[in-house]
Design a protein around this ligand. Structure first.
Ligand code: MN3
Length: 199
């Protein structure tokens, strides 16, 4: 039976300041993500699940078993989220990714605007994403714990728009958080890696 584990952050807790504070990362990683791990393991056990990958559990429990799905999908989402961030103001995007974004979404600027709008437009809790869908880069949003893999899309970049991700630093100003994220907190090399792995 698979056992979920809380991964270490790939940077120190103060590494993303001032765009995301140590206090936010402490709560978000040590408390919120930890709770998904603890509850996920409990529900995996109770349901006797024998899948050997997190992704398979997420796909197989979507719309079928909410307690398992919510916790395990949030675990998957947060592993992605920690990895996709770095303190990277005005970070240059590798040209492979930039060219693809220009082809599929017009320009980097319009991609950023659409990404922010997807995050603003997600009513309540959820995520906004850059995904690869049948070979094209698209912008999507998902409610609650939903990960794009349940729609056969490959997540390239996801941003957590649950209030716990921004309330300490931005209070109710989700648009400011999203703008700070897309302009300063994205590890574009990692996004490019996710893209190149899947083309
Ligand atoms: Mn979260």
């Amino acid at each position: 039976m698979i056992s979920l584990e809380l991964p270490d952050l790939p940077y120190s807790k103060d590494a993303l300041a001032p765009y995301m504070s140590a206090e936010t990362l402490e709560l978000h990683h040590d408390k919120h993500h930890m709770a998904y791990v603890t509850n996920g393991n409990k529900f995996i056990k109770e349901n006797n699940l024998n899948e050997d990958s997190i992704e398979d559990i997420v796909k197989n429990t979507y719309n079928k078993n909410a307690p398992v799905f919510n916790n395990v999908a949030q675990h998957l989402n947060h592993i992605h989220f920690w990895e996709i961030m770095k303190n990277n103001p005005d970070g240059k995007m590798p040209s492979e990714l930039e060219n693809k974004i220009n082809d599929d979404l017009g320009s980097v600027e319009s991609m950023k605007e659409a990404f922010i709008n997807a995050g603003i437009g997600q009513f309540g809790s959820g995520w906004c994403w850059l995904v690869l869908n049948e070979g094209k880069i698209e912008i999507t949003k998902t409610p609650n714990a939903e990960n794009p893999i349940v729609h056969d899309q490959i997540p390239l970049l996801g941003c957590d728009v649950w209030e716990h991700s921004y309330y300490v630093d931005y209070r109710n100003r989700r648009p400011d958080y999203l703008k700070a994220f897309i302009d300063n907190l994205v590890n574009w090399e990692k996004v490019t890696e996710n893209f190149l792995k899947n083309v």
